[in-house]
Every structure is written in structure tokens, then in C-alpha cells.
Design a protein around this ligand. Structure first.
Ligand SMILES: *[C@@H]1O[C@H](CO)[C@@H](O)[C@H](O)[C@H]1NC(C)=O
Length: 420
């Protein structure tokens, strides 16, 4: 078997296993249920915001050390973070312990960067696209199976929300074992090139000093050349704003469902909903890849219209008292978001050297989390307005509506300029 293919298989296996967390669609129900006895206010305004703040703080650290530590240890660490997350979730009690869970979970989310960039450090350039496609498919497959598994086990009464957490723990533990079998990366991307370029000029200086200086310099050169292009900058900013709203919706959709239909009173289909939109999003993403559309011309109007649509979906989700409306609007939101982000990332990637992908995507995610931290503080945190979930969703709806209006104005302006 060729080396890149073996790596690809291991990465896919790790990806499927780590996403097999059937308890996740039912997290809110678990926390407010008899196992933890937390109030909804504690969960929504004191516990869930911790994920956003920790992710923002950890992303910077992870971004800087991933390349330095040569990827693999960070991937193993991701698995360990998931294991610790579920241990505290199962055996911890109280608000502080659950804030610890959110912190550990944020660490696992942030270290995902290593999984995405390991490919670039380890797989030949010609296979890069294939392996990326397979690993993304693996992640989606894992998520889809997790949703179905969770739904079936809950609906048949075979498992309660507590037992589901043990299944998640088993799968993330298996994923961590798989990660240990990944081959080591022998050279870093930034640090290696940095030393080569700079030490040849002055071999007397201390190597550590030169290494760090050169890494910053390389990052800065990449940063300048990537973001000095106005087209890139526009798409990156839009991307960051859209991702901010998306993260926020992901974090607060379960509280919305729980508010509309408190657990115990209704049949809950959280797992089925997650599985369905994951599957449909994957199909939509593939379809977009084949669509013969010139996105540099039609991207703006399409994005503007979809943003308005998403605003309407979220507003509707916040205004309805029906659980099925909240389910359907959420699925519509997720599917259209994945279409948007596919267009946005391919437009951004067009203007980039391949080795700058990681940097640009990292910076866009950082911006998204920075905006999200502000949004969370104002809307959800107990230090801010701590709005009820339905009111939060009206705010998120308005947020996408504004994004849509800004993009429509830009599209109209550009169309006007082109016709002159
Ligand atoms: C939660 O509350 C229920 C009912 O008051 C009680 O039976 C149960 O032991 C409590 N659980 C914990 C973990 O405190």
C-alpha cells in the first residue's frame, strides 16, 4: 500500500470515530435532566458561553504550536481532550465542572486545525485534494451515524441520555488509539523553511533566535500577500461574519429546542435532525462543486440572497412555538450555510498560494470567534442581556439580514460599475 493511502485511511478512521458522539444532540437535555439538575439559566448564560471564550483563547495558542510540535502530537491531544471532556461530563457535578467541560471541548475543537493541516505536511501535493475530500467525508459520515445512532437508541428506549455519554466516550477513546498510529511528521512547514532561508545569511547568530524571528517574518509575508488583495479581504470578512453567526446558532439551537418543547413533554428528534442536515449539506456541497457557475460574477448576489433567506429562517425559528418549525428552519439554515461557505472558501482559496491556506483560514476563524465573543457577551452571557433563546434567534436573524443587505448593496454597486 502506498504511504499516502495508508495515511489517508488512518485519518479517515480517526475522523469517523472522533465524530461518533451520539450523546451530543441531547447535551442540553442531559444537563438540565436529573443527572446534573442544572437550571436552564445556568446552562445557557454561564456554561455554554465558556466554549466561545475558550475557543478564541486556545485557537491562537494551538495555531502557533501546531506546526512547531509537528502536528501528530496535537492530533493525539485532540483525542485526549475529547476523552477528558466526556469523563468530566459523566462524573463531574455542578456549574464549575460543566464550565470545565466546555473548556475541554473548546480545546478539542481548536486542535482540529492539526487534523486539517497534517495532510498538507504529510501527503504529496498531487494527492492533497483527494485526501482532503476523503477526510471531510469521513467527518460528515461520523456525524451522520452519530445522529442516527443517538436517535435510534433514545427512541427505542435502549439508552437514556446518561448512557449515551458512555458510548461517546468509547468512540473518542478508540479514535485516540488510532491517532497514535499516524506516522510522525519529520519537518515543520514554517519553522523548517524559516531556518533554511535566514541562517544561510548569518550563521553566527543563535539559532533559536533566528528561528523565531524568521517564523514571524514568514507568517507576516504570507499575511501581507494574502490580505492585500481587496477581493480576498471582502470574502474573508464575509466568511468570518457568517461563521460567527453559524457558531452561535450551533451553540444555542438546543436551548431553543428545549425552550420550545421542554424535555419529557414531547418526542425529541434532535439526533435525526442533526443526521439529516449533515447528509443533505454534504450532497449540496458536492452539487455546488459541479455547478458550472462563475462565482466571481454571481457569488455576491447569490450570497446576498441566501443571507437574507438565512435571516428569515432564524427569525422564524425564534418566533414559532412549534418544535417542527424550529427543526426545519435549523436544517434549512445549516444546509444553505454549507453552500455559502463552500463558495466563500473556494473564492478565497483561488487567490492564495496553497501554503497560505492554513494561515488565512486560521485568521478568518479567529475573526469569527472574536465577533462571536462580542455577540455572546451581549446576547447570551449572564453579564450581558442573557436573552431567552427565542429572542436570541431573532437577534441572529437580524444579524444575517444585515449581512444580506450589505452584500446586496455591494452587488448592485458592482453591477452598476460593470454596466458603465
Ligand atoms: C436531581 O434531582 C432529583 C429530584 O429532585 C433527585 O432525585 C436527584 O438525585 C438529583 N440528582 C443529582 C445528581 O443531584
Amino acid at each position: 500500500m502506498e504511504k499516502w493511502f495508508k495515511i489517508c485511511l488512518l485519518l479517515c478512521l480517526f475522523g469517523v470515530l472522533k465524530e461518533l458522539r451520539p450523546s451530543e444532540p441531547f447535551l442540553t437535555q442531559y444537563l438540565v435532566g436529573p443527572w446534573k439538575n442544572l437550571t436552564t439559566d445556568e446552562v445557557y448564560s454561564e456554561i455554554f458561553p465558556v466554549w466561545t471564550y475558550s475557543y478564541l483563547a486556545l485557537l491562537v495558542v494551538v495555531f502557533l504550536v501546531t506546526d512547531f510540535l509537528l502536528y501528530k502530537p496535537v492530533i493525539v491531544f485532540e483525542g485526549i481532550c475529547y476523552i477528558m471532556t466526556w469523563c468530566v461530563l459523566i462524573w463531574g457535578q455542578g456549574v464549575a465542572a460543566m464550565q470545565g467541560v466546555e473548556f475541554l471541548y473548546a480545546a478539542a475543537t481548536a486542535t482540529q486545525i492539526a487534523y486539517n493541516t497534517y495532510i498538507y505536511a504529510q501527503v504529496p501535493l498531487s494527492k492533497f485534494q483527494v485526501v482532503t475530500a476523503y477526510t471531510q467525508a469521513a467527518l460528515l459520515t461520523g456525524r451522520c451515524i452519530a445522529g442516527i445512532l443517538g436517535q435510534v437508541l433514545v427512541a427505542t428506549g435502549l439508552c437514556d441520555y446518561y448512557t449515551l455519554n458512555f458510548i461517546s466516550l468509547a468512540f473518542v477513546s478508540a479514535a485516540t488509539v488510532v491517532a497514535c498510529f499516524l506516522p510522525n511528521v519529520s519537518q515543520s512547514i514554517y519553522f523548517h523553511h524559516g531556518v533554511d532561508q535566514i541562517t544561510s545569511n548569518d550563521s553566527t547568530a543563535s539559532e533559536t533566535e533566528w528561528t523565531l524571528a524568521s517564523v514571524y517574518q514568514l507568517l507576516w509575508i504570507d499575511f501581507k500577500s494574502s490580505f492585500s488583495n481587496a477581493y480576498m479581504l471582502k470574502w474573508s470578512l464575509w466568511w468570518a461574519f457568517a461563521m460567527c453567526g453559524y457558531f452561535q446558532v450551533l451553540n444555542y439551537i438546543q436551548p431553543l429546542w428545549e425552550t420550545v418543547a421542554p424535555s419529557g413533554t414531547n418526542n425529541i428528534y434532535n439526533g435525526a435532525v442533526e443526521a439529516t442536515h449533515t447528509f443533505l449539506s454534504a450532497l449540496a456541497t458536492i452539487a455546488i462543486g459541479y455547478a458550472p457557475v462563475n462565482w466571481s460574477v454571481y457569488g455576491e448576489p447569490v450570497i446576498a440572497v441566501i443571507s437574507l433567506f438565512e435571516g428569515a429562517m432564524l427569525y422564524l425559528a425564534g418566533s414559532s412555538n412549534e418544535l417542527w418549525v424550529a427543526y426545519v428552519t435549523y436544517m434549512a439554515f445549516c444546509i444553505t450555510y454549507s453552500v455559502l461557505i463552500t463558495i466563500a472558501s473556494s473564492e478565497v482559496a483561488k487567490g492564495l498560494k496553497q501554503e497560505s491556506y492554513g494561515l488565512v483560514f486560521g485568521i478568518n476563524t479567529f475573526l469569527a470567534l472574536f465577533f462571536q465573543t462580542i455577540l455572546t457577551l451581549i446576547v447570551a452571557d449572564s453579564a450581558g442581556l442573557a436573552l431567552e433563546p427565542p429572542d436570541q434567534f431573532k437577534v441572529y436573524g437580524g444579524y444575517y439580514f444585515v449581512l444580506g443587505v450589505v452584500f446586496i448593496s455591494m452587488a448592485a454597486y458592482n453591477a452598476g460599475r460593470r454596466s458603465n
